[in-house]
Structure formats: C-alpha cells, structure tokens
Ligand binder design. Structure first.
Ligand code: MTE
Length: 324
C-alpha cells in the first residue's frame, strides 16, 4: 500500500478537536482522548431550531419491524440538537460545530441525481422520482465516525437496492460510485483545498445491494437538513461514517473499484472497505472504544458496528487487517 500523503494542508480530526478544546480553555484539552462527548458537554446546546419540513409519508418502524428486518438498536437515540449541530461536512466548513450555520439556507430546489454507467436503463432522477420508488421507512441505526465518536440516528429513507434495481445493472457492474455536488458558489468549503473536490465514495455492488444500505432523505421524521446531507445521502451503518456521502448528485455503476476521497487522501489511514472494526486501530488512535455523543463514559466499539449478524458473510475469507 502506498505511503499516506503528507497531512500538511489539513488538520487531522483528533488534533482539530483538541485545538478547539484548548481554545475554550478546557482542562481536558491536552488529552488525545478528548472527543465529541466532552465537547458536547462543554458546549451544551438547548433546543436547536432547524427549519426543515416534515417528510411526506414516513412509515415509522415499530420495534417489531426492526426485529423482523434484523436491525434493532436498543440504545437511546442521540438528540435532534446533536445530530444537527455536530457534523462533518467539509464542503461547508471543517468546524463540526459550525456546519449548521454555514449550511443554513443551502437550496436543494430542482435537485437531480444522475444514475449511469453499467446499467441498462440510465436515468436522471428528481426528488419526486426518488419518492415514487417507495415511501420512506424509518431506520434507527448506530453511526460510528472513524474519529471514535458515535450517535444513534432515526433516518428516513429506502434501501439503495430499490434505486439500483430500477436502473438494472449489467452483468459487468461490480461497484457503485457516488459523487457530491461540486458548486463552490453554494458550498464555501469547496473554495479551499481541504479535500479534493468533489467528495466521492464507493461500495462493492453486493454491499450496495444489502438491505441495510440506505439512501436517506430524512431524519427524525423531517427532511434532511443541509448539514446532514440534504436532500439525499448514503448511510451504511456497518462502515465508518465517512462512507456516508452527503448531497449526492451522481451514482455510477462501474467494473473497477472507484476512488474514494479519504482513501485517496491517506490510504494508510482510511481503507476502501472502512468496516467498523474494534480490532484494527487507526494508525493515530485506538478504535476499541467510542464516545457516544451526549453520554459521559466510553462504550466498547462493536464489530461491524453491531451489524455482524447481517453483514459478516459479505467478508467471509477476507483478511480484515489487510482490507481495513
Ligand atoms: N459527505 C461529504 N460530501 N462531505 C463530507 O465532509 N463527511 C463524512 C460523511 N459524509 C462528509 C460526507 C464524515 S467524516 C462523517 S462522520 C459523516 O458524513 C457525518 O455525518 P453527520 O454530520 O450527518 O453526522
């Protein structure tokens, strides 16, 4: 594997967090263990106001549905205020606490998603076309960021497989590539080279077809707010959060593995698979435990983020240390 690129023009997430804590004079600042949970305690938000509409036709999953579908999460949900005010979305800012303000007013009117490549029926979808694929279901998933913080989020959306089935992948298609909007006029973070733009991500076709893999258009029963990836983003709950690409405008079916933003930037730190794995540490920090936002103590990180029963078979025979 190629050596990681120098991290000169970007602050690594953990150091970034610590710098903010130092700036706020927190006693915990010097510790590399200072993470999102402490940050939230030091910067408690009361009820956050986020102006999104209720999402039409969301069917709320009952606990029984969740069990039947094999993805129950018996853990408290992260507050709406935290889900919408502690974000990673470098197209707006690298300041997690500032994304909501920077993205406020981002217009998604007339949004289109082109689905193309190795498919029999390439098509450009409007948001209304997406909604016609099926009423959004509520899915409560754990979300584990590679930086070792986590949340439990009630998403609304539908399995990506529904969209892929509609375009009919050809026999040659083996991967799915995703691309975020590139528009520096509307996304101020794209005016600086904090990452290579546009943000791109990818999955193997079997991962993309897995019923847990969600195209999310909402959370907490409302349309996605800009800071969480409006109007449509990917959610792959057994993988690190950076696979969950936001504000998608293009999906392409390909024969070869597509480039992925963080993997291209630092291949020694962020793999293509990026499965949550407490046994494989990041070169600069442990992945054994995590800080659940809104809680004080740390939780053990679960293999495949707690979805091993559903997805471990996808990686049978794969050396997960080599393919992290
Ligand atoms: N998608 C785009 N386009 N740009 C980003 O910077 N950040 C990723 C992912 N998707 C990111 C993105 C990372 S690192 C994480 S952890 C999640 O979004 C965070 O999602 P959230 O802010 O809704 O919790």
């Amino acid at each position: 594997m190629a050596p990681p690129k120098p991290q000169d023009d970007i602050t690594p997430p953990v150091l970034y967090f610590n710098r903010r804590a130092i700036m706020r004079g927190a006693a915990v600042a010097a510790s590399a263990l200072a993470t999102g949970g402490l940050y939230r305690l030091l910067n408690a938000k009361s009820e956050a106001v986020v102006a999104t509409r209720r999402l039409a036709g969301v069917t709320q999953a009952t606990p029984r549905d969740a069990h039947a579908l094999g993805y129950p999460v018996d853990e408290p949900m992260t507050s709406f205020a935290d889900v919408t005010h502690y974000n990673n979305f470098y197209e707006f800012t690298t300041d997690k606490d500032g994304v909501a303000d920077s993205a406020a007013g981002f217009s998604t009117a007339g949004w289109r998603i082109a689905v193309e490549g190795l498919v029999r029926r390439p098509r450009v979808f409007s948001m209304a076309d997406l909604a016609a694929l099926g009423a959004p279901e509520e899915r409560v998933y754990r979300m584990r960021c590679v930086e070792a913080w986590s949340m439990v989020i009630p998403w609304a959306g539908f399995s990506l497989s529904k969209l892929l089935e509609a375009v009919e992948p050809t026999a040659e298609a083996r991967f799915v590539a995703f691309e975020t909007l590139h528009d520096p006029a509307r996304m101020p973070g794209q005016r600086v080279a904090s990452l290579d733009w546009p943000y791109v991500e990818g999955l193997r076709l079997d991962e993309a077809m897995h019923p847990l893999t969600l195209l999310a258009t909402g959370l907490y029963g409302r349309e996605l707010p800009p800071q969480d990836g409006a109007p449509v983003r990917l959610v792959v709950p057994w993988k690190y959060g950076f696979k969950g690409i936001k504000s998608i405008v293009k999906i392409s079916l390909t024969a070869t593995q597509p480039p992925c933003t963080w993997n291209v930037r630092a291949p020694g730190e962020y793999g293509f698979l990026a499965n949550v794995n407490p046994q494989v540490d990041h070169p600069r920090w442990s992945q054994a435990t995590e800080q659940r936002i809104g809680e004080t103590g740390r939780r053990p990180t679960l293999m495949f983020n707690g979805y091993a029963e559903q997805v471990a078979h996808l990686y049978a025979g794969t050396d997960l240390r080599a393919h992290f």
